[in-house]
Design a protein around this ligand. Structure first.
Ligand code: FUC
Length: 797
């Protein structure tokens, strides 16, 4: 653990290329949580596309846009119980509300040099993103002069900083321009800053279909204001301006300070009339940054970034990375070349992206983190809650980035507030409900606008699923105060919604309506359906929440009566079943899927991210999970393959998990290592990193399992800084696929229970460590008491 910074210093992970980005998918992302940029690395005319995390269309939600919806719930249920699925679908559409708002680009910076591209010596061209220190670099030579651009987005500085240099004094000649796809104003201020001012659209203006009913909309709010400003600081040369650009002549070095702000003032405030003063904010950020020179800003930035990044190191190979550009390495990998250090880098890239897009005090990473250049992004670049938002955060605690989890927790709190209105207004129920999509305004209503397919639009179990994240944060941090004050009340309230949502049929509790996101079944009567009752996923999600509350209440010594009733209800939940193909039954009955290879594998929620199914608990169900995955195949979208890494790891099959990691890299990874759905969707990156962590360490059951799913391909290795539930930090070495040594730092004290594949001895344990059980040739359980702050050393016997 203490070797952290040493190791990280020795091994920088660098994505690099010998050509500029052809398009946005090849540009390189930087970010400080709030301010993001995609850097194209073009020599003559550079394009830097900017984002600000809070820039969204629209304004606060109307909490009751469809007051009629309630009255359709009972008819929907009646229709479902009569197998009148068409009718249920028709009625469910009447229970829908507005779609979410969209995440917006902030605009572009264009740096246009005076030289002609033909003068460029392309053999000297280099662009890179160093994810070990979060800086991007671009170098090339024109007519014998070496030019360089260094860029980073600083969290302590709250600005993006671009340093341009030329090897020959006085040879920087370029203009700086700004641009936006939306209507905007640009001007140069008195103190020679280039300023772009814009206004986000009020609401989604892309509706193609007339809406079947009119929502009551908030019309007084006129949309979010935004601006960014570029301030040049020159060494040598002259700064001139036009009305709308900066003109730099004969400079030797130029620092561009880029500052931005929006008028966003919280999810429940109109960003126009009650908005923040974005001008004052952007000016303040800039003035603050200008107090520091480039060297200081860079040092502060790197220090801040490394504080998070250096906590974890993974080494699968002692060999240096092949000296090839990243796109060529990826192409070789796709063609079958082994490249373990590319796998290490891909793993760390997920951590890089989370540190760069999710910072305390900010918003959670959306479908594209913070990187979007489209005013109509796919799926609105929103928060999709039937897998994607959750996947974004699976890695956070495990990969030693607990702080980066805070934005999700904060957003869950906001969704619980709007979601309480949604539960009440849409269903006349207690608790809080979240449906398929959310946005910066913490929208929670069923979406679809009356036209949406209920297989996504009406999915209603967002609150119990998100509650898992509330509880998992406690399991990792052991922070009882947080559990008592934040997590437990919200989990309890989500359970209140579930208790009202459940209906009784033949002595069992089940959900109706229910979907298995976003799959289609073939009913034995011949019709195809999406809506049903009691999908396996629904039952597993509710089981998970009830289990977590029962456990949490035990820890907090509270709520006995409620817990008693939850235990009883949990035992009545419609049970999981094994189907005729040996599969885990996805639907109410063992129906065929319209698409047997469907990307969602919702019925395995209990395997991952849940903890209801495990080969260590009940092999009948874990074998059913294996069959389900085999039937589904190894394909899918990026996030689907990423989920499958996690599934196979939980099934303790390291080789299949590894195969899925390879598939993810081969089939769904762009040259800048972004995951592609297509298009770019960040969940696959985050889910991929989580999957690798699950291969190396698991702690979702009652013990910490070291190297639970190590693939043969990772014969030897070292990992430092993974975090296990119970708040233990782990460092491990392995050789020939076997654990050789480990250090366990107990951050909070408490009992440490371990499961290993080979017998070990433990130095430093207070009491004589007990081998609790030798389960089999390759399963050993150990348990010992720990003291907070102490490190325990494990050696293989
Ligand atoms: C869900 C998925 C899609 C996509 C979208 C953002 O609806 O089914 O594949 O990931 O979210």
């Amino acid at each position: 653990m203490n070797a952290a910074s040493l190791i990280a210093q020795q091994k920088d992970y660098v994505l690099w290329y010998d050509k500029p980005a052809k398009d946005w998918n090849e540009a390189l992302p930087i970010g400080n949580g709030r301010l993001g940029a995609m850097i194209f690395g073009r020599a003559g005319e550079e394009l830097i596309q900017l984002n600000e995390q809070t820039l969204w269309t629209g304004g606060p939600v109307n909490q009751n846009p469809n007051p009629n919806s309630q009255k359709f719930l009972q008819p929907v249920r009646d229709a479902l119980f009569k197998d009148s699925i068409q009718e249920a679908v028709r009625l469910l559409k009447k229970m829908q509300g507005p779609n979410t708002q969209m995440y917006q680009p902030l605009g572009d910076i264009i740096i246009k040099h005076k030289f002609k591209n033909v003068e460029l010596d392309s053999s000297t061209y280099y662009r890179s993103l160093n994810i070990s220190n979060a800086t991007a670099l671009n170098q090339y030579t024109v007519s014998g002069i070496k030019y360089s651009r260094e860029i980073f987005s600083s969290a302590p500085g709250q600005v993006i900083v671009i340093k341009l240099t030329a090897s020959k004094p006085g040879s920087l000649n370029f203009t700086v321009d700004v641009n936006h796809e939306l209507r905007y104003t640009k001007k140069v201020t008195g103190d020679k800053q280039l300023l772009l001012i814009g206004k986000a659209r009020i609401a989604d203006d892309e509706r193609r279909n007339p809406r079947p009913f009119i929502f009551q909309e908030e019309t007084s709010c006129k949309g979010m204001r935004f601006q960014f400003r570029v301030k040049p600081v020159l060494t040598g040369g002259q700064l001139n301006t036009t009305d709308s650009s900066l003109v730099i002549n004969n400079a030797t070095e130029v620092i561009l300070y880029v500052s931005a702000a929006t008028s966003f003032n919280g999810y429940d405030k109109c960003p126009d009339k009650d908005g923040k003063d974005e001008n004052a904010l952007a000016v303040a950020y800039l003035n603050n940054a200008l107090k520091k020179n480039f060297r200081q800003l860079k040092a502060d930035h790197i220090k801040d970034y490394k504080k998070y990044f250096n906590r974890l190191d993974l080494s699968l190979t002692a060999r240096p990375a092949p000296g090839l550009p990243t796109d060529k390495r990826l192409a070789n990998y796709k063609a079958g070349t082994k490249d373990l250090s590319l796998e290490e880098m891909y793993f760390q890239y997920g951590r890089y992206l989370l540190i760069s897009s999710s910072r305390p005090g900010g918003m959670p990473a959306n479908l594209q983190g913070i990187w979007n250049n489209n005013i109509r992004p796919s799926w609105r670049s929103n928060y999709t809650t039937n897998i994607n938002l959750q996947m974004n955060y699976w890695l956070a605690e495990m990969c030693n980035l607990s702080e980066m989890n805070q934005p999700l927790i904060d957003h869950i709190k906001r969704m619980a507030l709007n979601g309480t209105a949604t539960a009440k207004n849409y269903y006349n129920m207690k608790g809080w409900a979240v449906h398929h999509n959310s946005d910066i305004w913490a929208q929670t209503n069923p979406v679809g606008e009356g036209n949406g397919d209920p297989k996504w639009a009406n999915w209603s179990l967002g609150s119990p699923w998100l509650s898992q994240h509330l509880y998992e944060r406690y399991r990792f941090t052991n922070d009882k105060n947080y559990l008592r004050e934040v997590a437990y009340p919200l989990m309890r309230s989500a359970a209140e919604f579930c208790l009202e949502w459940l209906v009784e049929k033949d002595g069992k509790l089940l959900t109706a309506p229910s979907t298995s996101p976003e799959n289609v079944y073939i009913h034995p009567n011949g019709f195809k359906g999406t809506v049903t009752i009691a999908s396996a996923m629904d039952m597993e999600i509710i089981h998970d929440l009830f289990t977590n509350i029962i456990e949490a209440a035990g820890i907090l010594k509270t709520d006995e009566t409620f817990v008693k009733s939850l235990k009883e209800k949990r035992s009545l939940l419609n049970p999981l079943k094994i189907g005729k193909k040996g599969n885990l039954v996805e639907w109410y009955d063992d129906w065929e899927d319209e698409d047997p290879r469907h990307r969602h594998v919702s019925q395995l929620f209990g395997l991952h991210p849940g903890r209801q199914i495990s080969p260590l608990l009940d092999t009948a169900f874990s074998n059913a999970a294996i069959n389900t995955l085999l039937n589904r195949g190894d394909g899918g979208t990026g996030w689907s393959m990423a989920w499958k890494i996690n599934f196979w790891a939980r099934l303790l099959d390291g080789d299949h998990a590894y195969k899925m990691l390879q598939e993810l890299l081969k089939k769904s990874t762009l040259n800048n290592l972004f995951d592609t759905h297509p298009p770019f969707q960040i969940d696959g990156n985050f889910g991929g990193t989580s999957g690798v962590a699950e291969m190396l360490l698991q702690s979702h059951l009652s013990e910490i399992q070291l190297l639970p799913a190590l693939p043969a391909a990772w014969e030897q290795g070292h990992v430092m800084g993974l975090v296990a539930r119970g708040n233990f930090e782990i460092e491990m070495w392995w050789n020939n696929g076997r654990l050789t040594k480990a250090f366990i730092l107990s951050r909070n004290g408490g009992v440490c229970s371990l499961r290993t594949n080979n017998p070990v001895s433990i130095k430093g344990a207070l009491n004589k460590t007990k081998v609790v059980k030798q389960l089999s040739q390759d399963q050993y359980l150990f348990s010992f008491k720990t003291v907070a702050g102490k490190i325990y050393e494990l050696s293989s016997n």
